[in-house]
Design a protein. Structure first.
Length: 373
């Protein structure tokens, strides 16, 4: 039995590794192409492209790896079923329970590794990625702004003009800014302005000093003019100061989220713990799909369709539950745990269904015999 278990685990691990290498390769190529395009357009420094690609891989691992594990186990068992290896194992006394126990062992190891990645490494990668993006945007704006020319700031719909810039400190003088969001517009004129990064929220601002602001609507020609000493305009998504920024829970440390009672923090914590349970449930699901499917006749492709449908359904319901917890539409104590428990209950029903159906048939047998008499 130990020899057979080692063989089965090695085959599952080999299938998981092959799928993991393929999907990670595709993901890295996709991210690299995206960031190289940004670098070619001047929105990103070439020196940080490789670092951003690896950071995005760390962020994606808790979501990508369970899918690789699921497909690896499914493909391995489907091949063994096609080559009659599972039939030989069952004849030797190693049936469905043996397959489930072996897959759970592999799923538990992968799940624990993903738990560490999601709780410790992913928040750090999110913070580092955000820092690089903010710094790249600042460098992009600073390097492309030319005195005496109108320039649209990167990532916004703001048009900026300034007469001159100080060599040290990056302070702009005689500044003009035009913001149009479709329904209303702002025109700012200031003696000087400076790009500022808020260390608490990681947001980019332009602080204008000693100027005037004209505000109006595109449908009405009348404008309101106010004078200010200091006025800030946020560079992300064209939002103005005071609009309220959502808490960036993805980049917050897990210990910090534990002390936060907000629904957003609870949803993020449950999402970080989810890969452990997803890996375990998907490893069980792969065995059940192969064991309950038929590889003969017209139903040859049915296990593949069931496997894909089950995975996408499970993954999408988890995302919906996360959003509902964040919006306080689902209690925190129920949250994503309910999705994991529901998936486990459905798999238990699939596993015990042949026994339940057999007992129901035996229970109906006396009544059928009585009817015949």
């Amino acid at each position: 039995m130990p020899t057979l278990r080692r063989y089965l685990l090695s085959e599952m691990l080999r299938g998981f590794g092959a799928v993991f290498v393929c999907l990670v390769g595709v993901y890295l190529a996709s991210r690299a192409a995206h960031y190289i395009g940004d670098a070619a357009a001047g929105r990103l420094q070439q020196a940080v492209v490789l670092e951003l690609v690896w950071l995005q891989l760390v962020i994606a691992l808790p979501t990508l790896t369970p899918a690789c594990l699921y497909l690896g186990i499914f493909i391995t068992l489907a091949r063994m079923q096609r080559e009659q290896e599972l039939v030989a194992m069952q004849a030797a006394g190693s049936g469905m329970r043996f397959l489930l126990a072996s897959s759970v062992r592999l799923g538990l190891v992968v799940g624990l590794l993903l738990f560490v990645v999601a709780v410790v490494l992913t928040p750090w990668a999110e913070r580092r990625s955000q820092d690089i993006r903010v710094q790249a945007a600042e460098v992009s704006d600073a390097s492309t702004l030319i005195p005496g020319r109108f320039r649209e700031l990167s990532g916004t719909d703001h048009v900026l003009y300034f007469r001159a810039a100080a060599r040290e400190g990056g302070v702009l003088s005689d500044v003009f800014l035009y913001v149009d969001d479709g329904n209303r517009f702002d025109v700012l004129r200031a003696r000087e302005a400076e790009f500022i990064l808020d260390p608490a929220t990681r947001q980019r601002w332009v602080e204008f000093r000693d100027g005037t602001r004209e505000e109006g609507t595109n449908a009405d020609l009348s404008n309101e003019s106010t004078r200010f000493e200091r006025y800030r305009v946020r560079m992300d998504h064209g939002s103005r100061e005071g609009g309220g920024d959502p808490t960036r829970t993805k980049s917050r440390a897990s210990l910090e989220l534990l002390g936060d009672d907000s629904p957003a923090a609870a949803a993020e914590l449950q999402w970080r713990v989810a890969p452990l349970f997803v890996a375990l449930n998907l490893s069980l699901l792969a065995v059940l799909v192969v064991g309950s499917g038929s590889g003969r006749g017209r139903r040859r492709d049915l296990p593949i369709l069931i496997a894909l449908l089950a995975y996408f359904l499970y993954n999408n319901v988890l995302g919906i539950a996360r959003t509902m917890v964040r919006r306080e539409q689902l209690p925190e104590w129920l949250g994503l745990w309910s999705v994991h428990l529901l998936a486990l209950a459905i798999m238990a029903l699939v596993y015990f269904w042949p026994t339940i159906r057999h007992r129901l048939r035996r229970a109906r047998m006396p009544f059928r015999l009585a009817g015949v008499r």
